[in-house]
Design a protein around this ligand. Structure first.
Ligand code: ADP
Length: 479
């Protein structure tokens, strides 16, 4: 109770008691006592006389609004002009009572308390409602006819990578320059114009260059349009992956079809030869000729075995995950040369390796081994016997991003008309040398699996060079 007259204070207390109001009072008359009282006494209602020593009821009202906005403030005054009473109600006072009519005070307090409680409940429920809308999965925004953001919830601000305060009151074009040229904006305009629901799944590019997918439902609203937006970027990425997997599966299936057809054909040829040779061997009396037939059977079986080996490589490449290991090119080279030492001509061909670049190179060791072995064994196998010094030179250049591998020989070379085809499944230029026609097909598959490239340059009589480029996975390993 802000009251400087003890008798008036008594009068007010008496009036309240008379009406059976249960209360205690804290009577103050100075600004500081008033503020302290708001904190320590924590009143349920403030009764305020008009003129007090050093300040008046308007000053008290300002303080009450600042420090205790939820507590009813009732002006209890001896005499005051009607204008003053109205302006204090406008300033936030809940009621005013003339001291000559104190009988109305209990009812006024009761009404003001109820009013404040109702306001408090309403504010709480508005806050809860606001909180619920802010935390919604969907973004909610209202755009005015002037394209200004009238309302945005937290989700919209997050989706739009902005703060609410950065959006409200600004136009969409100010916040996202160039938005007016997009198909999405065209749809917003059509809803604004035709007042009809529009829906779209849209990839939105942000000013920083990043992008995200959003499903938008655009509806007419009294202020302009209301947009509900859901971030579907993860769903789109998952769908993209699924589509890619589908594409891969279809490719593998088609390959498998071709493979089964070609492989059965390729494998049946040596098998039929083995059967024929076997029949001949059974009848053959001459031991030397019989041994010769067995040798031929061995060759056919070795060819079959080789085909099966390559089929396994092919199958592993399409199914197994890519490893990222430190590659030691010198070791890889030594092992590959050893692997090739049985090939006819290996003793005549000089091989060499030169590695440049002091960066570590990371890739799939097993796959790289198959690539090097295949290309190296071809370079030896197709050496030019008329050449005085047949060679195979391997040159590797490593950088932080890739390895460039060149494998050159001065062998028989490949005719232009075959160069395009040598990477095809079971493609062989001639039957003069043993082989399956699978090697380079598998090499290409592997290089592509490792996200690299392979090309060939060749001329008959001069030799062949394979250029292989593979990404350095060092960053993937270090992260
Ligand atoms: P193959 O088992 O027949 O060697 P590949 O797929 O490894 O099968 O090679 C396909 C064809 O490409 C070979 O038959 C051969 O004619 C040609 N070829 C590959 N590498 C060389 C090379 N270094 N020099 C000449 N011809 C080559």
């Amino acid at each position: 109770m802000l009251e400087d007259s003890p008798s008036d204070a008594k009068l007010i207390q008496w009036e309240l008691k008379k009406s059976n109001v249960v209360f205690i009072t804290n009577v103050v008359e100075t600004t500081s006592d008033f503020i302290n009282g708001l904190n320590s006494f924590q009143p349920d209602a403030i009764l305020c006389d008009h003129s007090l020593p050093g300040f008046n009821s308007m000053d008290a009202l300002v303080l009450a609004k600042r420090y205790a906005p939820d507590i009813p403030f009732i002006l209890v005054t001896g005499s005051v002009s009607e204008e003053y009473a109205v302006s204090s109600i406008k300033a936030g006072a809940d009621d005013y009572i003339l001291k000559t009519n104190l009988a109305r005070l209990p009812v006024a307090i009761d009404a003001a308390l109820k009013q404040k409680k109702a306001e408090h409940r309403l504010r709480k429920s508005e806050e809860q409602f606001q909180d619920t809308i802010d935390k919604m999965i969907d973004g909610v925004q209202i755009i005015g006819f002037d394209w200004r953001y009238r309302y945005v919830n937290d989700t919209v601000a997050n989706q739009g990578k902005l703060l609410k305060t950065d959006m409200l009151g600004f136009t969409m074009m100010e916040k996202y320059p160039g938005i007016e040229k997009t198909a999405m904006f065209e749809l917003l305009s059509s809803c604004m114009r035709d007042r009809e629901l529009r829906e779209i799944e849209n990839e939105f590019t942000f000013p920083d260059g990043s992008s995200g997918w959003f499903k938008l439902s655009i509806q007419p609203a009294p202020e302009g349009i209301l947009i509900l937006s859901r971030d579907i970027t993860d769903k789109k990425i998952a769908m993209g992956l699924l589509e890619e997997q589908n594409r891969q599966l279809r490719k593998i299936n088609a390959e498998l079809d071709r493979f089964v057809y070609s492989a059965s054909h390729e494998m049946r040829a040596p098998l039929c030869t083995v059967l024929g040779l076997n029949t001949l061997a059974k009848k053959q009396q001459n031991e030397t000729m019989r041994q010769d037939l067995f040798m031929k059977i061995d060759t056919c079986i070795a060819r079959l075995d080789h085909i099966i080996h390559e089929i396994v490589h092919f199958s592993r490449n399409s199914r197994m995950d890519i490893a990222k290991e430190l590659i030691n090119f010198n070791k890889l080279y030594d092992e590959s040369v050893l692997y090739c030492h049985d090939i006819a001509g290996a003793d005549k061909v000089t091989t060499s390796l030169q590695v440049q670049g002091d960066t570590s190179f990371y890739s799939d060791r097993g796959r790289l081994e198959i690539v090097i072995r295949n290309v190296l064994s071809n370079a030896i196998k197709y050496y030019d016997s008329r050449h005085a010094k047949p060679y195979v030179k391997i040159y590797v250049h490593i950088s932080a991003t890739e390895a460039r591998i060149e494998i050159s020989d001065n062998g028989i070379g490949i005719h232009d008309k075959h160069v395009e085809d040598i990477f095809k499944m079971f493609y062989r230029v001639s039957e003069a040398k043993p082989g399956t026609g699978l090697g380079l097909y598998i090499v290409k598959e592997i290089v592509e699996k490792l996200s690299g490239t392979i090309r060939v340059q060749s001329s008959v009589g001069a030799g062949t060079t394979f250029f292989i480029q593979l990404p350095n996975e060092i960053a993937a390993v270090e992260n």
